[in-house]
Design a protein around this ligand. Structure first.
Ligand code: PXP
Length: 249
């Protein structure tokens, strides 16, 4: 098709690239190469829609000064992933990222293993959500595609939820189909309730298209696989290939 109507353009699924693992490699040697800021610039140049970075309590990858440098180096919106702690709230309010995605965090985990227990942690999360919103930061909760968690997010008044796609990515056969339906159903329910649904975790060239085909999803956040692929083909080609797969889904 030669041209797109504005309606089609509005529905374009955004790709947020999580650059944490560039910092993981940098930190392995304790120096300043490879610099996640350069990764953010490349993502901006090749048409990525946002930068996602998780400032962990133990600073195992992204460090405090990276946030400021990323914000200064690109115009792309920064999505700060953060645990629901007073320290991270203070950092978020100081840096004012475009968006903050509240994630569960365990010191011993290798990666964010599951969704946030938004239902069980309502009283802890609610004031944090309001403070972030008050400061003009777009808050999202990283939750499992589970009606109980989505209901809690609706009650908290968040504008965005990100559905954890890890169970889907790790499953195969019928189980994967069931996980996909769960995500699709929850994305539809979120949109019906005025919440913008996003998704991420464990997405690859092989599994992204079924997720990208869910019509209500507005954004995917993808990190580990892209940075891994970048080792072989370069970051820009890896991002462009992911973008192409998403667009053709
Ligand atoms: N979205 C969130 C909220 C995450 O915490 C992460 C990283 O754990 C991702 C997306 C990206 O996941 P992955 O690195 O597996 O692509």
């Amino acid at each position: 098709m030669a041209s797109h109507s504005s309606g089609e353009r509005e529905r374009k699924l955004r790709l947020g690239v999580n650059i944490d693992h560039v910092a993981t490699i940098r930190n392995a040697r304790g120096g300043d190469h490879p610099d996640p800021v350069r990764a953010a610039q490349i993502v901006a140049e090749c048409g990525g829609d946002g930068i996602t970075a998780h400032l962990r309590e133990d600073r195992r990858h992204i460090r405090d000064d990276d946030l400021k440098r990323i914000q200064a180096a690109t115009d792309l919106p920064l999505n700060l992933e953060m645990a629901a702690t007073p320290e991270m709230l203070e950092i978020a309010l100081r840096h004012r990222p475009h968006a903050a995605c509240i994630v569960p965090e365990k010191r011993e985990e290798r990666t964010t293993e599951g969704g946030l227990d938004a239902a069980g942690l309502h009283n802890q999360l609610s004031p944090l959500v309001w403070k972030l919103k008050d400061h003009g930061i777009r808050v999202s909760l990283f939750i499992a595609p589970d009606p109980r968690q989505l209901e809690a997010a609706i009650r908290m008044g968040v504008p965005v939820v990100e559905f954890h796609t890890g169970e889907y990515a790790n499953a195969s056969g019928e189980t994967r189909g069931a996980e996909l339906r769960r995500i699709a159903d929850m994305a539809a329910l979120a949109a019906k309730n005025g919440i913008e649904p996003h998704a991420g975790h464990g997405l690859t060239y092989d599994n992204v298209q079924a997720i990208a085909a869910i019509p209500q999803l507005a954004e995917l956040n993808i990190g580990h696989y892209l940075i891994g692929e970048a080792v072989f083909v370069g970051l820009a080609p890896a991002v462009l290939r992911m973008r192409e797969l998403m667009d053709n889904s």
